[in-house]
Design a protein around this ligand. Structure first.
Ligand code: 5RP
Length: 223
């Protein structure tokens, strides 16, 4: 099976977690796009969605799914999103699509985080994937220096030859060379650095369940 087919498989499998008449928390990325397409087939049975990015909002709306603002909803039953890496405890690296801040916010609003991923994302230790960090632009250089002290090398993410600007009007640093052996401690530490909007380690907002697409079908990991 191709990686694209595995993404379709887990996107479809995530429908089983969607409660009737509920508002669904929706992440961002190519795997989530498969989920959104699947969600459209049951759109008459849900109230709508809270989205984690402009891109997902546009896709949801184009398929006729009502999108609520996060401020209109007190709590969501489930949040469904992909990951760049996920480990045996459900800790993740996210932000490859630059949507990490809104993803963490909607995840925090949700009772359950269902991660959908193909098996290439399942890792023993987080850190091979360049760690995305959303930063206030004026702090980028100083934050890069702080990562260097931890053994990481940070580069500013570019788009069309210039600094990528997130949905929140900020920049993204991608950090290589880190081995994140204690995700909770790492997230706490980096989140306290002035100018960090969100670090792409999801330890406090970890997954509760991972639907992992494998050659043998969908494996359900419960954390
Ligand atoms: C976006 C994310 C995505 O969930 C992550 O990058 C995985 O994306 P994909 O499903 O395209 O592999 O965190 O900010």
């Amino acid at each position: 099976m191709t990686q694209d087919e595995l993404k379709t498989l887990v996107g479809l499998a995530a429908l089983q977690y969607v409660e009737a008449n509920s508002i669904v928390g929706v992440g961002t990325g190519s795997t989530v796009n498969k989920f959104i397409d699947a969600l459209a087939t049951i759109k008459d049975r849900i109230a709508g969605a809270v989205s984690s990015s402009v891109a997902s909002t546009e896709r949801l709306q184009a398929l006729g799914i009502k999108v609520f603002d996060a401020t209109q909803v007190e709590e969501l039953a489930v949040y469904i999103d992909g990951a760049d890496e996920i480990d045996h405890a459900g800790y993740m690296i996210k932000g490859g699509g630059a949507a990490l801040t809104r993803e963490k916010i909607v995840a925090a609003q949700s009772r359950k985080f269902i991660c959908i991923a193909d098996e290439s994302k399942y890792v023993a230790t987080l850190g091979n994937f360049p760690l995305p960090v959303e930063v206030i632009p004026m702090a980028a250089l100083h934050i890069a220096r702080q990562f260097a002290v931890l053994g990481g090398m940070a580069t500013l993410r570019l788009k069309d030859g210039t600094s990528l600007v997130t949905d929140n009007g900020q920049h993204i640093l991608d950090v290589i060379g880190l081995k994140i052996t204690d995700p909770l401690a790492f997230e706490s530490q980096v989140n306290q650095w002035p100018g960090v909007v969100t670090v792409g380690v999801f330890a406090f907002q970890k997954a509760d369940v991972c639907l992992l697409g494998t050659a043998d079908g969908v494996k359900t990991l419960v954390f």
